[in-house]
Design a protein around this ligand. Sequence first.
Ligand SMILES: CC(=O)[C@@H](O)[C@H](O)COP(=O)(O)O
Ligand SMILES: NCC(=O)COP(=O)(O)O
Length: 238
Amino acid sequence: MTKLSVNINKLATLRNSRGGNVPDLITSAQDIEAFGAEGITIHPRPDERHIRYQDAKDLKKIVTTEFNIEGNPVPKFIDLVLEVKPTQVTLVPDAEDAITSNAGWDTQKHKDFLVDVIKTFKENGIRTSIFVDPDVEMVKGAAKTGTDRIELYTESFAHQFAEGHKEKSIAPFAEAAKMAHQLGLGINAGHDLNLDNIKFFKEHIPHLLEVSIGHALICESIYLGLENVINMYLHRLK
Ligand SMILES: CC(=O)[C@@H](O)[C@H](O)COP(=O)(O)O
Ligand SMILES: NCC(=O)COP(=O)(O)O
């Protein structure tokens, strides 16, 4: 059974674009859970361009499924996570100016740093996951950090899958996942997963515990909801 955690960054982007509180992230998260999602993911970035640090605190009060906070463990982020105490923290090596996450950890180069922060989070009862590329050596390095789980960075899979290279797209992920399972690591995955590629990914990655999906899920929701909403307006305008 693979849990679906919905990343609500894009709802915050929409809210912030108008300066008000529409859509309301609290109501949205509650509805997303009511519709069956098994987790809520947020990825506050240092510039707070979508999720604000205050959102993390407010969401903690109402999320009843798994609450997953992702981000680069800079001091401000570590303090936030220790205060909020989500179910899971996912560590991502984001550059400050990155448009979106674009690489996994070098788990060998950053081993000592990761060991330290992971220990701190685990001592506070927070499950840890670290974002890694589908590279067996990086998975082996992850196992040495003490993390509970890894999150496989699926951008390369999604890109190659969309170009029709299905077998090539999944091969490194299947290998990395096999190694992670052998080493006792839980397996999450995320980035650019969507309605077209998720079934294939799930079928080829055994022991997949959780996927976090945001950008595509919100775009798909807008598109698949358009017909319904346009008709509701037309009905009211009769
Ligand atoms: C780690 C990851 O892949 C996602 O959290 C993604 O980075 C979402 O962040 P943005 O919504 O800022 O693109
Ligand atoms: N961890 C990945 C995530 O939360 C969502 O990524 P995306 O679906 O917005 O690419």
